[in-house]
Design a protein around this ligand. Structure first.
Ligand SMILES: Nc1nc2c(ncn2[C@H]2C[C@H](O)[C@@H](COP(=O)(O)OP(=O)(O)OP(=O)(O)O)O2)c(=O)[nH]1
Length: 196
């Protein structure tokens, strides 16, 4: 059984729909402090996402000896500035207006750990170009999607109406949702967590 050290509903859903048996074990790490330390260390945002994923895996590791643990992290990068998740719908509105008409990257990192050691890691950075949507569209979008947007680092659900925000997407929808599946499934087969 794979331990998913994440509270992310979409990661759980993507794994379950892909037929990967998991047990979820969300962990609490101080992401703000870790992001600040990574910035002090001069890490790129992509390296920072991997550092946070590793911190989550480490936090879960002692509770599940001899099990593989999967942890992840995703950071939104707009021209070098990292965005955290919005806490309110007003913040979500502001967030989207800042992203409007621009290209941002989502640095998405995964790590597999076992017995306190990293066994595999992967990161990728899909790039998304948001169209210059109208104020009326934004109002309708926020009203329809509601507080589900607060669980998404970019205040959009690519699998939902969020797709209407974009006119160019470079990268897979699974990586955008925080879980690049194909490289992960290959790693799970290599470790006999999934059948070949
Ligand atoms: N449903 C959906 N979720 C998205 C999308 N884009 C990003 N997300 C979610 C995936 C993650 O749950 C979240 C990124 O934040 P984190 O990587 O810190 O994960 P989160 O705090 O949700 O859980 P975790 O830290 O793993 O316990 O944003 C999307 O297009 N659709």
């Amino acid at each position: 059984m794979l331990i998913l050290a994440s509270g992310s509903a979409i990661r759980r859903q993507l794994l379950q729909e892909a037929g990967v048996p998991i047990t979820t074990h969300p962990v609490a790490v101080d992401e703000d402090a870790l992001r600040h330390h990574a910035e002090q260390e001069g890490l790129s945002l992509r390296e920072t996402a991997l550092t946070l994923a590793r911190a989550k895996a480490r936090a879960a590791s002692s509770a599940f000896p001899h099990h593989y643990i999967l942890a992840a992290d995703q950071l939104l990068d707009l021209e070098g500035t990292a965005f955290a998740k919005a806490r309110t719908m007003e913040e979500a509105r502001s967030h989207l207006l800042t992203l409007r008409g621009k290209t941002h990257a989502l640095h998405t990192a995964l790590t597999l750990w076992k017995d306190g050691q990293e066994s595999w890691a992967h990161s990728e950075s899909p790039r998304l170009t948001m169209r210059s949507f109208s104020p009326a569209f934004l109002d309708a979008y926020l009203h329809k999607e509601g507080t589900a947007l607060l669980a998404c680092v970019g205040c959009y659900r690519i699998e939902g109406m969020g797709i209407q925000l974009f006119h160019l997407i470079e990268g897979g929808h699974d990586a955008i949702a925080g879980l690049p599946l194909l490289p992960l499934l290959h790693a799970l087969r290599e470790r006999s967590i999934l059948p070949s």
